[in-house]
Design a protein around this ligand. Sequence first.
Ligand code: DGP
Length: 113
Amino acid sequence: MSDCIFCKIIEREIPSAIVYEDDDIIAFEDVNPLAKVHILLIPKKHIASAAELREEDGAVIGRIYLAAKKIAEEKGLAEDGYRIVNNCGKNGGQEVFHIHFHLLGGEKLGLFV
Ligand code: DGP
């Protein structure tokens, strides 16, 4: 989508610190980290939010969780734990309308970060 920040990150039109990429998923460091480790994982397919998910998107969402697990292991988060968060819509605090999952860790997190 031409006016989507995260689509522009996928296309390398906006620079980002990419930590993982495959055919369907990309993960990069959040520009405004809320924890020592704060990574965003997104599908390359533009899906606006969790509310827009379709049956056929189930596999890529599952694979995002597996990628998050792999990144967490690589970043040394697995032993002490981490959080995976998806904000959906205005009341959920979603600011960028390309579905994304926050991987947060590296320190003890409060109830809400
Ligand atoms: P959310 O509130 O769940 O929609 O989170 C959006 C996140 O996206 C927020 O933590 C900041 C991050 N973000 C916004 N613009 C950019 C950007 O251009 N680059 C990167 N790396 N992160 C961004």
